[in-house]
Ligand binder design. Structure first.
Ligand code: SIN
Ligand code: FE2
Length: 222
């Protein structure tokens, strides 16, 4: 049996793993527990990626070191430095291409997107964000991609976090959603350019990942 079929079986046969969906906005859906059936594969693959392309604190164009540590996999990696934000095929730390995107990542992201109404999602970029206690991501739009017709698929692992989800204007008051291990948020269509962020991470201990939260953000960059 293929890994895909096995996963599909798991979704249907184990009641506790059956995901639930919550509408967040037009084009935005929270799929609770959607990544749980493949958590072990995801965590093992993250370990392999980080061995090749370690987490690092990138610097914003304004010169601030980000509290979230980042790395990437896929053919396009999101980077920031004093010269700006961009996608780059190579890791500027090593000069080598970013690690390939594991099949388990691509399959999960495409499934989640389809569940949210976006068929045919084929991400070429996966930004991996690591939050330790107090790390945060201020409100921003994901707009460094060439084409906004593809959605964003965002997977939460480890410690819970508060996701801030606003609107098209920075001044739109964000709503707060608690994201737990295994939850996936998909936003696209009318909400593709909504401002979003993560409130400072509260301390805690997660059974699989310890004192951290890891987020996988899938995008079609090019
Ligand atoms: C991001 O917007 O890049 C990260 C969101 C998250 O960590 O959930
Ligand atoms: Fe983002």
């Amino acid at each position: 049996m293929s890994a895909d079929l096995l996963t599909a079986d798991l979704f249907e046969s184990v009641p506790d793993l059956r995901p639930s969906r919550e509408a967040m906005a037009d084009g935005a859906v929270l799929l609770r527990g959607f990544a749980r059936p493949v958590e072990a594969e995801l965590i093992a693959a993250i370990g392999e990626i980080v061995a090749q392309a370690p987490f690092r604190h990138m610097v914003t164009p304004g010169g601030h070191s980000m509290s979230v540590a980042m790395t990437n996999c896929g053919s396009a990696g999101w980077v920031t430095d004093r010269s700006g934000y961009r996608y780059d095929g190579v890791d500027p730390e090593s000069g080598a291409p970013w690690p390939a995107m594991p099949r388990s990542f691509r399959v999960l992201a495409a499934r989640a997107a389809a569940e949210a109404g976006f068929d045919g999602f084929a991400p070429d970029a996966c930004l991996i964000n690591r939050y330790h206690t107090g790390a945060r991501m201020s409100l921003h739009q994901d707009k460094d991609e060439d084409d906004f017709s593809a959605p964003i698929v965002s997977v939460s692992l480890g410690l819970p976090a508060v996701f801030l989800f606003g609107g098209l204007q920075r001044s739109d008051k964000p709503r707060r959603f608690r994201l737990e291990h295994g939850d996936i948020v998909v936003w696209g269509g009318p909400s593709r350019l909504f401002f979003h962020g993560i409130a400072p991470l509260a301390d805690g201990e997660h059974a699989l990942l310890g004192r951290q939260r890891i987020n996988l953000t899938f995008r079609k960059a090019r």
